[in-house]
Design a binder for this molecule. Sequence first.
Ligand code: PLP
Length: 624
Amino acid sequence: ADVYGIRNWGAGYFDINDNGDVVVTPILSNRKVSVSIPEVIAGIKERGFDMPVLLRIENILDSQISLLHESFRAAIKKLDYKGKFRGVYPIKVNQQEQVVDEVTRYGQRFHHGLEAGSKAELIAALAMLRDKEACLVCNGYKDQEFIDLGLFATKMGYKLFFVLEMPSELDLIMSRAAYLNIRPLLGVRLKLATQAGGHWTESGGDRSIFGLNTSQLVEVVDSLKERGMLDCLQLLHYHLGSQIPNIRDIRSAALEASRIYAELVKEGVKMGYLDLGGGLAVDYDGSHTNFTNSRNYSLEEYCADIIETVMETMENAGVDHHPTIITESGRALVAYYSVLLFNILDVSRFEAAPVPETLPEDTPEHLVNLLDVYKSLTLKNMQECYNDAMFYRDEIRTGFRHGTMSLRERALGENIFWSIITRIAKDARRLKHVPNDLKDIHVALSDIYYANFSVFQSVPDAWAIDHLFPIMPVHRLNDIPSRQGILADITCDCDGKIDKFIDLHGVKHTLPLHELNGEEYYLGVFLVGAYQETLGDLHNLMGDTNVVTIRVHDDGSYDFVRELEGDTVADVLDYVEYEPKVLLEQFRRTAEEAVRDQLITATERREIMEAYEAGMRGYTYFER
Ligand code: PLP
């Protein structure tokens, strides 16, 4: 059985083979090939890289780019739309050079462009984008340096749009354009009235911090008219928010923006481009619903609905020249292509010790009562026993605080309490109607699997906004996972854990896992290609992980095409302004003092210094 729902969320890119291993299954030359992740892990280790590793599969990125373009192409053909589709990749979604390089290199065949939201992103984009037919959309605040750079790029032949985020940007752009004698291509970001559901949708709606409302839009049009520069305005942009789960919201936003576009054309603006921003969601939980972590539409439906909406609106308004549709999909393009792989270091199990038959004569009353609860527990009185157990446990704790209970008595009480809970958790499943209090009781008893990664560094959205990613073991999948666990990372922060997992009906609080068997146990967090890498931070000084990129060939063989070593301890110390050399010198002095004070010998000092230096050069994660 597909315990982890890989066939629901894997989008055909991931599956399980006969050995019970997770395989990557890109389609190459019309044939599905299969690459075993445990084999890739073995290869990574042979090459000297430790876990955790961020594994990128280049073919998946290529495939997602192709799918987006082919789906729009198909919708355009089917509906006989007269305009084109152009995609732009928003650099913010994953700015890593390897990612932007692959998007621009592979995307060139579709003239896939870039979206830059800051000066730094523009500077990266100008060097990475070599296709002059591709669009370069500039959102975000723009200072003079940004604008001048964009204007020179326009002169060099880039199809670069300055998207006005605020009315005040117009004056600066126009005055620099006049000064440099360059006609810019302009776009306007709209504040739509349409608002969508989902985590990231604050960026849409009337109260969104970005964009122009309709009266500001009209002012911009008038101002451009006065300057004789109305032909510069060619693009209308909106961004409803990322990860829009409901297709209805996508449709209503496209309709509202198309109406505005058509009105602008009626006003005599030439226009040409309608940029619908990002928002194309990823079905992280595989439920195909309008849950936050999912989407209730397919890519085909997304493309068809957009094309149809824009086309109908244009036809109704008598706009013959259908706009080139731009989307700024980021998440949908890159999420699938990275998997975080890590090993489990240890497990803490929750198991109560055997409960004694009798208690000594002088045992405090609450403890005696608690044992009676344990003995009287049946299927019929479960709720009552649960209530009593909670009551007596609290009384025992209070007694301990007041000095009427000893440490041993308290420990015995805790043990009896957990024995009761364990039995309830086991037996509650047999009840026809499980009382509310007892429904999730098994969660309190789940194991804790200590995982060699940092939630804050590698999956920050899991911590920050309870975003759910598919997580599962990447091997041993022919064995039924007999344990239920949560994951604790190695940051020693009480938030450094994952205790919410995907479920077709919402969220589940434990993950089925295998017993450790003395060999390495590897898990993967899938679909982490979007947003996680640069949002991640150095909490507890856990640095960037190693990154390995593979490219799969038609015959199923694969190459390690790129490798990036993760941060060393010296690297992360350097980020936070320590100078590794100075630290070494300071520690050497302390060690020498210890020799002088005869706490260690000179030979021991050498060993200690070697360990210190090796630590400095080492990976920030647990090394075996
Ligand atoms: N465009 C803009 C202006 C954005 O702010 C974002 C991110 O939120 C995107 C595009 C990318 O959105 P998504 O990752 O949902 O495709």
